[in-house]
Structures are given as structure tokens and as C-alpha cells.
Write a protein that binds this ligand. Structure first.
Ligand code: GN1
Ligand code: MG
Length: 367
């Protein structure tokens, strides 16, 4: 028998008042923390109406990071509505009692609820080519579905989110300010980043020249943001829609390479374990082109491999910056966690550099 320690929270009691602000079916029976996000807090709610259990996903939106929650929720509403007309199991918001889709509590925190996507799983690591192909096909399909989103440009929920040059300059500032006196301990990582400054402008320059176009993109296509049907393995729903906003398709594809064509977890404490997995990269290219190929132009298709390098590099810059600034952005679970993450991302960058030729051939074969 377990005894309640002071450390164990009574989530049901704590979350009941906020759950009561939404139109849930039945009586709230349990509430538990859920998932592996680095930013928002996520919980599973279970309700019981006449013996029929219904599950929901409750989230507290991190408004230190998403500064304009109403603008964010306006995006999510538009996107979920558009996509659900075409995909039956797509994410759906639960209305709040006041008719909106978000509740602000007395402490100023913002909450929203989605229906739980049943009979589907997320994976933290890709273990088969079929999974990689299906995830890429699903994110590509999402991209293609949003091509005709009505209602004008979406809000930028985080301005310059994937502006790699900006991310680089933020790192440089963090190094110069060195508020936590950590720069001396990470000289090798700083040098690694500075040596690749030129990479930060490549996609931005192509955009400025009109060779790449802004699209509606997901912008956080980590492999654990696609739910796979637990029987068929096919995509049930794309999740984590907070950064769906104007962006480049190559950001979406690149983040898939980073998280699905990589040999180790993004935070592996042993960077030597991290390298690009070419068969998974091939599966990603094939899956993505299957669904998004018709909307992509030649420049986008030609940069699929490079996009993986840029996103691994950019994410590494962000982790290194956060380490230097005292771990204020990404949730950490151990001291040095952001540094492990940065080192492991940079190991992936290096591996992609070493495999540039092989990746180019894979892309050419798949066109
Ligand atoms: C954050 O919270 P989560 O895990 O969905 C981050 C992504 C990073 C990712 C790295 C809003 O996503 O950009 O790629 O961590 N989201 C935000 O794992 O910054
Ligand atoms: Mg996310």
C-alpha cells in the first residue's frame, strides 16, 4: 500500500476547479500529468458518465513563452476546424462554459482541453522505416491540408520562431553576457556553433529571393507529435498545434530529420551515440513527398537534407543558449540537461555534414 507523501500531489483536487469551467461529459474521476513536452503542462482527465469513460487532454499554456494566448487559440481554432472537416480523428477543442475555447483562472493562467485521441500512441523514438514514412506522410498531409486554410494569414504565436539567424545572434549575446559564468565550460560547443554561422542564412536568403515561399506549417514536427493508430500504425492525429503558423515546409521536414532520422534521444548524455540514420531519412523523404510533393517546389525538394542540418543546428543553438542563460526556457530534469541536449544536437549536425553526399543521392532518387 502506498502512503501519500508531501511530494505527491492530489491532481484531482487541484484540477477539478479548472475542469469545471469546460463542458465535459460526465463526472471527473481522475487527473494525472501526461506527456513529455518541454513547455506546457499537460494532464489526462478521465470522466465517467453512466459507466462510459471519456478521456480528455487538459493543458496549461505557458504564457511566459506564448505571450498572446488569445491569438494562439484563434489559430488553433481555425486550424482544428479546417482539418477536422477532412480528418475524422483530428484534434478537437472542448468548449469552455462561457462559449470560448480557453479559460483564464484567477491566477492568470490559461487552460484548454482537447478530446483525447483514443486507440493511438506516440513514440519517442522511431524504430521502423514504416513509422518514419508514416510520420512524414502525416505531417506532409497536414501541410497540404492547410494550403487552402481560409481567413488570411495566421498569427505568429512566437515571432521569428525558426529564424535561425536570430537564434544564432541570441546565442552570441548569451555568450557575451555570460550571466551564469558557464561560457568557459562550453568553449568547444560555442566554437562549433560559430564555425557554422553561414548556415544560418541559407534558407532565409532563399525566402528573401522568392525561391522559397511562406506556408502554413506545424513548426514542431517532433516524432512524438504524431499519434499513430495502435492497430494499423497509420496516423490518427497530428498534435501540439501551438506553433502552427506561417513558416517554411523545410522547417517541418528538418525537424522530422532531427527527431526521426536520428540514432539517439535528443538529450542523450552520450553524443557519440548520435548520428543520422540513412534508411529512416529515405523513409522520411518518400513519405513526405508522397503527401506534400505536389505542393513543394524544386528548391524545397532540393534542400530536404540540408533542412535536417539546419533544424538540428538551430535546436542545438537554442539548447546551448538556454544552458548559458541558466535553463530558463526548456524544462530540465537534471543539471546540465540543456548542455547534453546541445552536444547531442551538434553531434547530429556533424553526422549530417559527413553524410551530405549520401543524403543528396537519396533525395535525387526519390524525386
Ligand atoms: C519544445 O514543448 P515541446 O517538447 O513540444 C519547443 C520546440 C523544440 C522542442 C525540443 C514552443 O517543444 O521548438 O524543438 O522543445 N517548443 C517551443 O525538444 O519552443
Ligand atoms: Mg511543442
Amino acid at each position: 500500500m502506498s502512503t501519500l507523501t508531501g511530494l505527491e500531489k492530489n491532481w484531482l483536487a487541484e484540477l477539478s476547479p479548472v475542469a469545471a469551467e469546460f463542458s465535459l461529459r460526465g463526472r471527473l474521476r481522475s487527473a494525472q500529468p501526461h506527456g513529455n513536452g518541454h513547455i506546457n503542462a499537460t494532464y489526462i482527465l478521465e470522466c465517467d458518465a453512466a459507466g462510459a469513460p471519456t478521456r480528455y487532454v487538459l493543458q496549461k499554456i505557458n504564457h511566459r513563452i506564448f505571450k498572446n494566448v488569445p491569438a494562439l487559440m484563434a489559430n488553433v481554432q481555425r486550424v482544428t476546424q479546417h482539418v477536422s472537416a477532412k480528418q475524422p480523428r483530428a484534434l478537437a477543442l472542448v468548449p469552455a462554459r462561457d462559449g470560448s475555447f480557453v479559460h483564464r483562472d484567477a491566477a492568470g493562467d490559461w487552460w484548454r482541453i482537447y478530446d483525447y485521441v483514443e486507440r493511438a500512441i506516440t513514440v519517442e523514438r522511431v524504430t521502423t522505416e514504416a513509422q518514419a514514412r508514416e510520420a512524414a506522410r502525416a505531417f506532409g498531409e497536414y501541410q497540404a491540408l492547410l494550403v487552402d486554410l481560409p481567413g488570411g494569414r495566421l498569427n505568429d504565436t512566437i515571432p521569428n520562431f525558426h529564424h535561425t539567424r536570430n537564434r544564432f545572434e541570441t546565442l552570441r549575446r548569451a555568450v557575451n553576457e555570460d550571466t551564469m559564468s558557464r561560457a568557459a565550460g562550453v568553449r568547444a560547443e560555442i566554437d562549433f556553433a560559430y564555425a557554422r554561422e553561414a548556415d544560418t542564412d541559407v534558407l532565409l536568403d532563399l525566402l528573401a529571393r522568392g525561391e522559397l515561399t511562406e506556408r502554413v506549417t506545424h513548426n514542431d514536427t517532433k516524432i512524438n507529435n504524431v499519434m499513430l493508430d495502435d492497430v494499423t500504425g497509420r496516423c490518427a492525429a497530428v498534435i501540439d498545434l501551438d506553433t502552427v503558423m506561417p513558416g517554411l515546409s523545410l522547417y517541418d521536414f528538418g525537424d522530422m530529420v532531427r527527431t526521426a532520422a536520428s540514432s539517439a534521444a535528443e538529450d542523450s548524455p552520450d553524443p557519440s551515440q548520435m548520428h543520422v540514420v540513412l534508411p529512416y531519412f529515405r523513409a522520411l523523404v518518400e513519405g513526405y513527398l508522397e503527401s506534400a510533393g505536389a505542393v513543394l517546389n524544386a528548391t524545397e525538394r532540393a534542400h530536404l537534407g540540408f533542412a535536417g542540418k539546419v533544424l538540428a543546428f538551430e535546436t542545438g543553438l537554442r539548447f546551448l543558449t538556454d544552458h548559458l542563460q541558466g535553463d530558463v526556457y526548456f524544462r530540465i530534469h537534471r543539471p546540465g540537461h540543456n548542455l547534453d541536449r546541445a552536444r547531442t544536437q551538434f553531434a547530429l549536425v556533424k553526422s549530417i555534414e559527413e553524410n551530405t553526399g549520401a543524403m543528396r543521392r537519396i533525395v535525387e532518387d526519390s524525386q
